[in-house]
Design a protein. Structure first.
Length: 519
């Protein structure tokens, strides 16, 4: 079994598993072992929707795929290739990828309804973030948001893949952190939104937290929390991005939200994420006690910020609510040359930064100390990566309303050159969207994308496929679901595995593939 996520890699003839957000902990979004789907087959007449499965709520999270699971409960015990999907009403689905049969669908309690009145989500907010699978232990880790009698509560669950029951007592999320005057800030589940995908790395689970619509900004701050994967015991340290006691508007945040993109991991196990806005005065940044509008790298045990990059215009980003943290950070696979460790990130202002991941660039009012700055369009989005037939890497951007392909040159100072751009794709929500890439090794590449709905009266989303080796020509487009929660961005990621494409949206999962005679 090939596992995308950094846990296991075996025979190339086995099926592919997708066990984490954007396929791996670097967040490349690239499945390089897709042997069925190619530009020719997807562009033919036999590719299309093969199954539509009804769900009980909106699915903000990316589906996960695990072949050869021994299901031990429900109506269909036995071996199954399974896609796992979660919903806004706290239901976890296990669905057979071939028949579409719902194998299991336990519910984990009442969700929270319209937290703080925020309409930037579904009416019910339960499981929002993408779970993560530990294939070695057969565990599915899920962050559930419950409405308890005493108020909202987050619970981290470790579920058995075969029956979706708890393997250990769920962990109620709790944390505290000292502010700069020694007073203690306590994690408050009522004002914190857990939107970024979960991360499993270093034997730990990590989760980032932001806010609901920037509401309760006098209370809400950006947290990164961690737990031991086996016991769900909290790590002894955590990261609080704003530890200041006061600000001109009593407005803190420095949230981790990234439009659902998950924190990434570098070669040394450090965790990277991007933060959003803080006080609208634009005066509270110092890169230590408040780290807003920044790429942040933190050590695996969360006890030290190892590095940061903050754009020189951070004050303007704060003042105008132009979050850098509307997009995630992609850590590139190791590259040849004198700068092997690279990363890219982009946000609302439409600039994508290429960084030396070993020295992110810090902060200067005189300019950005990065390897390059590239216009991609405003980005509620996240980058992907693949290696082309020539052995050179490509970064895939998806700001604005088009996909960009950027050739990575590492012969001297690393730089990016745009070598392709897709036709515009529809969408009336905030600019940007999410992509993934499939290929058979370094051939037969396809870039997949999901559009936002075009308007409140036309809430459908569409699946697109582009050929990056043929001038980004469009080879497929079809309606892939609906998104009536128009005020909340559909930060959806298409998942490609074993000849199928999975798209979860509002109250449905669509599975695309070739007609059986063509596989």
């Amino acid at each position: 079994m090939i596992v995308l996520g950094g846990v296991t890699a075996v025979s190339v003839f086995a099926q592919v598993s997708v066990i984490t957000y954007h396929y791996d902990n670097q967040r490349t979004g690239w499945n390089s072992q897709e042997k069925t789907l190619s530009p020719a087959s997807v562009g033919g007449k036999s590719f299309g929707v093969r199954n539509i499965i009804e769900l009980d709520g909106q699915s903000d999270a990316q589906p996960l795929v695990m072949p050869n699971v021994t299901v031990t409960a429900g109506k269909y015990p036995g071996k199954h290739d399974v896609v796992y999907v979660v919903t806004s009403v706290n239901t976890v689905y296990a669905i057979d990828v071939h028949s579409g049969a719902v194998l299991l669908h336990p519910n984990f309690g009442a969700p929270v309804t319209m937290p703080l009145g925020c309409n930037n989500n579904a009416k019910n907010v339960g499981i929002t973030s993408t779970p993560v699978i530990d294939s070695a232990t057969g565990s599915l880790y899920v962050m559930v948001y419950n409405q308890d009698a005493d108020g909202p509560v987050y619970r981290l669950h470790a579920l058995d893949l075969g029956d979706l029951t708890d393997k250990t007592t769920p962990r109620v999320v709790a944390a505290s952190h000292a502010l700069i005057d020694g007073t203690i800030s306590t994690f408050n589940a009522t004002v914190q939104r857990q939107r970024p995908g979960l991360l499993l790395a270093n034997g730990n689970l990590y989760a980032g937290f932001g806010s609901f619509c920037d509401s309760a900004a006098n209370l809400s701050r950006g947290w990164l929390l961690g737990w031991s994967a086996g016991s769900l015991s909290p790590l002894s340290a955590n990261q609080l991005n704003d530890t200041q006691v006061s600000s001109p508007n009593m407005f803190f945040l420095s949230a981790i939200w990234m439009s659902g993109y998950a924190p990434a991991v570098d070669h040394a196990g450090n965790i990277l994420f991007v933060t959003g806005n803080s006080d609208p005065s634009g005066t509270t940044y110092d890169g230590v006690t408040n780290i807003q509008e920044s790429v942040v790298k933190i050590t695996p045990n969360l006890n030290r910020v190892a590095d940061v990059f903050t754009p020189s215009n951070q004050a303007a980003l704060d003042r105008d609510d132009v979050d850098f943290g509307s997009g995630g950070v992609l850590v590139l696979p190791d590259q040849p040359g004198s700068t092997p460790h690279l990363a890219v990130a982009a946000g609302k202002d439409g600039h994508m930064y290429l960084m030396n991941e070993d020295s992110l660039g810090g902060y200067s009012t005189d300019g950005n100390n990065v390897l390059g700055t590239y216009p991609i369009g405003p980005c509620w989005c996240g980058q992907s990566f693949f290696t082309g037939p020539d052995g050179l890497g490509r970064v895939v951007s998806s700001g604005g309303n088009s996909v960009g392909i950027w050739l990575l040159n590492t012969s001297s100072k690393p730089r990016l050159n745009r070598v392709g751009v897709s036709p515009a794709i529809g969408g009336g929500q905030n600019p940007g969207f999410f992509t993934s890439v499939s290929s058979n090794g370094t051939s037969a590449h396809i870039v997949w994308a999901l559009s936002h709905p075009s308007s409140p009266t036309s809430p459908s989303i569409s699946l697109y496929a582009f050929d990056p080796q043929n001038d980004m020509s469009q080879i497929y487009q079809a309606v892939a679901g609906a998104w009536p929660s128009y005020n909340g961005n559909s930060n959806l990621v298409p998942v490609v595995a074993n000849g199928q494409v999975f798209v979860a949206s509002n109250r449905q999962l669509q599975m695309f593939g070739l007609a059986s005679s063509d596989q």
